[in-house]
Design a protein around this ligand. Structure first.
Ligand SMILES: Cc1cc2nc3c(=O)[nH]c(=O)nc-3n(C[C@H](O)[C@H](O)[C@H](O)COP(=O)(O)OP(=O)(O)OC[C@H]3O[C@@H](n4cnc5c(N)ncnc54)[C@H](O)[C@@H]3O)c2cc1C
Length: 417
């Protein structure tokens, strides 16, 4: 029985550990903190079956200058981060060309279909149906939003991708969600089959509890360095999250699921990937709102998701260094946009910021690192790491077992960069 080290206990690392433990491997999980408290803590909770279009597209490029110039921008690029974006930017532009976009989109459509099935199965395996809801989701179109002019066509395009979707009038939106204020509302897209989590952290915790029961062990270590053994396998050198003492472990194979922190671990091995930090924010509302399903306002890049403890407004996009202090104005913007959507003053119970790890082509990086036998990466999931986590685990396990993989897996390989 192989020992496999999984570095990072976010939703991706936990799902990878689950797939490997189910195959009978001895799995050791490394994370200085408790499972699920990184980026996986604060997402919008959507199992995003509708997310069939990569961000790099001609449409995005057309909208970009206007987006960046808005005073209350939801999307921003920190000039101090431009050097780090040097490997990402040109690839993003290339990925937006029609032929590349079409290829990435067809990969993403197939990937998302598999991912959603796997994620639903993972959630159902936890036998805790109160952790999620199958109430669908809405994407709103308000006056001036690009979606307002294309509602019917956008619904048709989603259906062509195999996603159940209906274009709704403003009245139909309000029939579903009376809490949405009618001012400026043009209509929306309704995705009846979207599932959402009611508590992202509770899902990670429930999954971790299962894993502990299957004999998976967590070491509270921040891994600093990986060293290949001459005879095969890896040494993991880390620092205890509590007392700072260093420690070393061994494994036959390693899967890096430490989010953006994978970059430093890979760099120490001379490997670099154009995966960048795209931060997002959330606020949890203290003000009670009667909302039955997530409601997205994509022109402002956020969702309002009903969760245990209140409605969470989660989203926005900020390309900047992962460790820079949070931009507090973003919480205020989320609050202001929430007030516009719900037509009432809102007060906040929680403010949070986390780091997405994003690739230029909108596809994650899942596979063995070229030339590094037994070293796998699973990151770069961008806006879709929750949705894709269970399937990422299945793919990593299938790769380790040398099984036949879906065609699109070639597009996820670290070697594509
Ligand atoms: C605002 C926002 C909204 C989002 N909404 C959605 C959504 O609705 N649907 C969706 O599918 N996705 C969504 N996402 C994306 C999703 O949350 C992420 O893709 C996902 O959580 C990434 O999980 P992860 O396990 O890779 O990373 P993380 O949860 O960050 O886990 C990485 C773990 O690695 C650990 N770590 C770091 N360095 C080391 C080290 N050196 N050694 C050991 N451990 C280490 C960290 O402590 C952490 O626990 C959203 C993201 C944001 C920011």
């Amino acid at each position: 029985m192989n020992t496999i080290a999984v570095v990072g206990a976010g939703i991706v690392g936990l799902a990878v550990a689950r797939s490997l433990a189910e195959r009978g491997h001895r799995v050791q999980l490394y994370d200085p903190g408790p499972p699920g408290e990184g980026t996986s803590f604060g997402n919008a909770g959507l199992i995003a079956n509708y997310a069939t279009s990569p961000m790099a597209s001609i449409d995005t490029l057309r909208q970009l200058p206007g987006e960046l110039c808005r005073r209350d921008a939801s999307l921003s690029v920190d000039p101090r981060y431009l050097a780090r974006l040097a490997g990402f930017g040109p690839r993003f532009l290339k990925a937006a060309t029609p032929s590349r976009f079409a290829r990435h989109k067809s990969d993403l459509v197939a990937l998302i279909q598999d991912a959603v099935k796997a994620q639903h199965a993972l959630l159902e395996s936890l036998e805790a149906p109160d952790l999620y809801a199958d109430t669908g989701c809405l994407q709103l179109a308000r006056q001036g939003d690009p979606l307002a002019a294309t509602l019917e066509a956008s619904a048709r395009a989603k259906r062509a991708d195999g996603v159940a979707c209906e274009a709704l009038t403003a009245q139909e939106v309000r029939d579903l969600e009376p809490a949405i204020h009618p001012a400026d509302l043009v209509g929306g897209l309704y995705f009846p089959e979207t599932r959402h989590l009611k508590d992202s952290l509770a899902v990670s915790r429930a999954l971790w509890k299962r894993l502990e029961g299957q004999g998976v062990v967590q070491h509270g270590l921040r891994i600093k360095r990986l060293v290949p053994h001459a005879t095969g396998g890896w040494r993991l050198i880390g620092e205890n999250g509590e007392n700072g003492e260093s420690a070393e472990y061994q494994a036959d194979q390693v899967v890096l699921c430490a989010g953006i922190a994978n970059d430093a671990l890979l760099k120490s091995l001379g490997v670099s990937m154009p995966v960048v930090s795209e931060r997002g924010y959330h606020v949890r509302l203290e003000t009670p709102l009667a909302l039955s399903r997530p409601v997205g306002w994509l022109a402002r890049h956020f969702y309002a998701t009903p969760m245990q403890g209140g409605v969470r407004l989660a989203g926005t996009t900020e390309f900047t260094a992962p460790d820079r202090a949070a931009d507090e104005r973003r919480w205020e913007r989320l609050k202001g946009w929430g007030e516009a959507l719900f037509g009432q003053p809102l007060s906040l119970a929680e403010r949070w910021m986390g780091v997405r790890h994003s690739t230029p082509d909108g596809l994650p990086v899942v596979g063995q690192v070229t030339g590094r036998e037994g070293l796998f990466v699973a990151y770069g999931h961008g806006h879709l790491g929750l949705t894709q986590s269970a399937h990422t685990g299945e793919l990593i396990a299938a790769m380790i077992h040398g099984e036949t993989l879906p065609d699109y897996v070639a597009s996820l390989s670290p070697a594509r960069f």
